[in-house]
Design a protein around this ligand. Structure first.
Ligand code: SAH
Ligand code: MG
Length: 193
């Protein structure tokens, strides 16, 4: 039996950016308090956050998408080890190229940061009426608030995309977003009433 600690260690040793512990605590608390049952995750990595979310309650179902085969295989193994393969469906695909049916109470976006607007626009049609879209890594290791100190050009570009996504959320006509500086920065978007 694998425990979450083992998955965390594997992630750190292999540079896999799983959620930080205060972020995951916040997310699982949020799921509990808001009675969330159907979750769609964009970006499974090795299944860590999907497993944490599914463990909140026995009646939670998770659909999660990962495009990297190695990570997908590791996630499948971890999900099986936790006996969660009946409640976590993992899909090997690029999330921008696959179609998911059904409505979700929570859509958790935690994949390629440069594509967040696209993920949001694509999957908002899978959001239940009172559902929420949560986006991770909006502070990107604190770099979003310190753009000037970034010397690497690719990093600057990536952080620029996150800044654009934050603007997109702030100016969105359909959704209101609450920004929380927990973990690596989280956005919680709800349809305007
Ligand atoms: N949610 C995970 C961490 C995800 S890391 C956790 O906290 O445990 C981000 C993952 O998103 C990476 O494994 C990466 O391969 C995947 N990813 C990035 N862009 C993607 C895309 N377009 N479609 C599917 N997966 C994607
Ligand atoms: Mg993340």
């Amino acid at each position: 039996m694998v425990c979450l600690r083992v998955i965390e260690e594997y992630a750190h040793e292999n540079n896999i950016p799983i959620m930080l512990s205060d972020g995951i605590d916040f997310l699982t608390d949020f799921i509990k308090k808001n009675d969330i049952k159907r979750i769609l995750e964009v970006g499974s990595a090795i299944g860590y956050s999907a497993i944490c979310m599914a463990q909140v309650s026995l009646d939670i179902q998770v659909v999660t998408i990962e495009r990297d085969t190695l990570r997908y295989n590791e996630a499948v193994k971890n999900i099986n080890d936790f006996g969660l393969n009946d409640r976590i469906e993992i899909i090997l695909a690029d999330a921008l190229e696959c179609d998911i049916s059904g409505d979700f109470d929570l859509i958790f976006i935690d994949a390629a940061k440069a594509q967040y607007i696209k993920f949001f626009e694509k999957y908002k049609s899978n959001l239940a009426k009172d559902g929420v879209i949560i986006s991770d890594n909006l502070s990107f290791h604190g770099m979003v608030d310190n753009m000037d100190s970034i010397t690497n050009r690719n990093t600057r570009q990536l952080v620029g995309k996150i800044v654009k996504y934050i603007d997109f959320l702030k100016n969105n006509l359909e959704f209101d977003t609450e920004f929380i500086s927990i973990g690596d920065g989280i956005g919680i978007s709800r349809r305007k009433s």
